[in-house]
Ligand binder design. Structure first.
Ligand SMILES: [Zn+2]
Length: 128
C-alpha cells in the first residue's frame, strides 16, 4: 500500500513538474523525434507503445544528462557548473518521467500531453 501511494505521489509530482518545466508549445515547426511523436500521438494504438518505448528510453538513458548537459554548456560557451547542475536536475526529471510514462502507458491520450521530450533529444540525437 505504501508503494502504491509513493507511485501515485511520483506520478502527480511529475505531471506538475513537467507542466512548469516544459511550458513551451510543441508546434508543427518543432524538431521531430519518432519516439516522442509516437508517445504523444492521439491514436491509442500508437501512443501506448510509444509511451512504453519512451518510458524505457528515458528510464534507461536519463542519466546521460549528467554528461550531456555539462558538455553542451561548455561547448556553447556557457558555464560548465551550470551544466552540471542542469544535468543533475534533468537526470532526475527524465528518469522519473520514464518510470511514470512506462507505468501509465495505458492511459488514453489526452488533448495535451503533459510529458514531452526524451533523453535522445537531450543528447541531440533527435530533435526533442
Ligand atoms: Zn524525443
Amino acid at each position: 500500500m505504501k508503494k502504491a501511494k509513493a507511485v501515485c505521489l511520483i506520478a502527480v509530482l511529475m505531471l506538475v513538474l513537467t507542466r512548469f518545466s516544459y511550458a513551451e508549445e510543441i508546434t508543427s515547426d518543432s524538431p521531430s523525434c519518432g519516439v516522442c511523436q509516437g508517445a504523444e500521438s492521439q491514436n491509442f494504438g500508437k501512443s501506448a507503445p510509444g509511451k512504453i518505448g519512451r518510458g524505457l528510453v528515458n528510464t534507461g538513458l536519463g542519466w546521460t544528462n549528467l554528461l550531456a548537459q555539462p558538455i553542451q554548456a561548455g561547448s556553447s560557451g556557457g558555464n560548465v557548473f551550470t551544466g552540471i547542475g542542469k544535468g543533475l536536475w534533468m537526470t532526475v526529471v527524465r528518469t522519473l518521467q520514464g518510470v511514470t510514462e512506462f507505468g501509465l502507458f495505458w492511459l488514453p491520450p489526452g488533448p495535451e500531453e503533459s510529458l514531452k521530450y526524451c533523453a535522445l533529444g537531450d543528447l541531440g540525437i533527435t530533435g526533442r
